[in-house]
Design a protein around this ligand. Structure first.
Ligand SMILES: Cc1cc2nc3c(=O)[nH]c(=O)nc-3n(C[C@H](O)[C@H](O)[C@H](O)COP(=O)(O)OP(=O)(O)OC[C@H]3O[C@@H](n4cnc5c(N)ncnc54)[C@H](O)[C@@H]3O)c2cc1C
Length: 417
């Protein structure tokens, strides 16, 4: 009998978790991704701030799936989904047939329609975003070194006071204080302004208010201006305009807020829910299509929306694999139950906040050690873990950051052909 074919769109946290759990005799798995690598997004900010290399946080999908006999990888972007015909189209031409489909295409950075965000800010969603931001930052300091004083605005505004914005702001201050001040003795970098802008009345909204307070205090101790309770009206070249009319000048503006479901969701032809996410039933299947599932950032299960973080995607992947096995075996599916494993965010060297599901809270050095350990364990691949550990130890002991290459955008061949 021909194996049951399951197509998984996306090799992120959810897609790979599903693919791993699906593997069993009689099941053929096809994983499709636009990139040939998996990205560990929680450490993107460290790539952007020169603490880690892109290779340290990305892992080739083929290497991950190498030992799985029944799983195949296809590099390409899904451009169409035909639910009636049970096919997906890759890059507008190649068809993949499926018996079951798992949509795990994640989310994309969303501007929320704020004018000027797309043109004048740096998002932080992909490794390309992180490298573009790093290049921009380092280039500005190079330009400032040869310009007249004040000609290049080195100030930075980070929009969004969630974990990404907090980690980014802290990481930027460390990069400037510990590395760039030594690299550019000709510049006075003691007062480079960094402003963190958050529309709510506290940073780290999903955390306990006491941890938000700790985080704000730690940011202020690092000379980061924390601007709370005011939204962004628009962004123009070199400045953020706040809703109350104030203007925050900044040569670099980071957009660290807001994601929306990946546009792949719209290929299903169903009415999308809040944040462009795919509404799914309690078992994570699509209404009227029991063989189609959506998980992770792109999915909107019934009830309170799940946070768009790694754990719902990972747990959702395992859950849908079990439901697909149940369907193959002729059993009924079960609802997805998410187990919250807690939240963490680091503000930088020796400081993080962590909150466990049982209400236990940590901050400062202990929180930071927990943050380091968890991120190392969660990273994919032994080589990546070893590289990250070595880089972190190096950065910690020397106060240095190794990943500061400014690469030309087009490399000319060095030999005649
Ligand atoms: C800067 C940043 C920091 C974060 N920090 C944390 C953190 O500290 N802790 C935490 O738990 N979470 C964090 N998150 C969130 C977490 O990374 C996401 O919730 C998680 O990656 C969602 O998993 P997913 O499988 O739904 O999507 P993803 O992991 O994003 O995977 C989606 C995959 O789909 C692929 N894809 C997209 N479109 C197509 C297409 N058309 N065709 C084929 N493939 C496609 C993508 O290339 C990608 O590989 C962070 C996110 C960001 C951006």
């Amino acid at each position: 009998m021909a194996p049951v074919r399951v197509v998984v769109i996306g090799a992120g946290f959810g897609g790979l978790s599903a693919a791993r759990a699906l593997e069993r005799p009689g099941v053929e798995v096809v994983v499709i991704d636009s990139n040939n690598f998996h990205t560990f997004q929680p450490l993107l900010y460290q790539v952007a701030t020169a603490g880690l290399d892109a290779d340290d946080i990305c892992f080739p999908v083929r290497a991950h799936l190498r030992k799985r006999q029944r799983t195949r990888f296809v590099l390409g972007s899904v451009t169409a989904i035909d639910l009636a015909g049970s096919t997906v189209t890759i890059d507008g031409r190649r068809l993949e047939r499926f018996d079951h489909l798992v949509v795990a295409a994640g989310s994309v950075s969303s501007t929320f329609g704020v004018e000027g965000v797309a043109e004048h800010t740096f998002p932080l969603k992909t490794v390309t975003d992180a490298l573009a931001l790093r290049t921009h930052l380092l280039s500005r300091f190079e330009r400032a070194a040869t310009a007249t004083a004040g000609e290049v605005d080195l100030g930075i505004a980070v929009i969004g006071g969630g974990p990404t914005g907090v980690e980014m702001a802290g990481g930027l201050r460390e990069l400037i204080d510990h590395v760039l001040r030594k690299d550019y003795p000709e510049l006075d970098l003691s007062q480079v302004p960094i402003t963190l802008i958050e529309a709510a009345d506290r940073v780290l909204g999903p955390f306990d208010p006491s941890l938000s307070e700790h985080a704000s205090a730690a940011l202020r101790a690092r000379r980061i201006t924390v601007q709370l309770g005011v939204g962004v009206a628009s962004v123009e070249p070199g400045a953020v305009l706040l809703a109350d009319g104030r203007r925050v000048p900044a040569g670099t503006i980071v957009w660290a807020t807001g994601v929306a479901g990946n546009p792949v969701g719209s290929l299903l032809g169903v009415q999308l829910g809040r944040g462009n996410r795919i509404p799914v039933e309690a078992d994570l299947s699509l209404a009227g299509h029991p063989n189609v599932f959506a998980i992770g950032d792109i999915a909107l299960p019934p009830g309170t929306p799940l946070p768009q973080v790694a754990q719902p995607a990972i747990q959702g992947g395992v859950h849908v694999a079990r439901q697909i096995h149940a369907l193959i075996d002729g059993r009924a599916t079960a609802p997805f139950v998410y187990k919250d494993k807690g939240s963490m965010a680091t503000i930088g060297r020796n400081h993080a906040v962590a909150e466990l599901p049982n209400g236990m809270k940590f901050h400062g050095f202990i929180g930071w050690l927990m943050w380091l350990a968890l991120h190392l364990v969660e990273l994919m691949g032994f080589r990546n873990r070893a590289n990250v550990l070595v880089n972190w130890a190096w950065n910690y002991l020397t106060y240095d950051r190794g990943s500061r290459l400014l690469l030309p955008s087009r490399v000319e061949p060095t030999t005649e052909r």
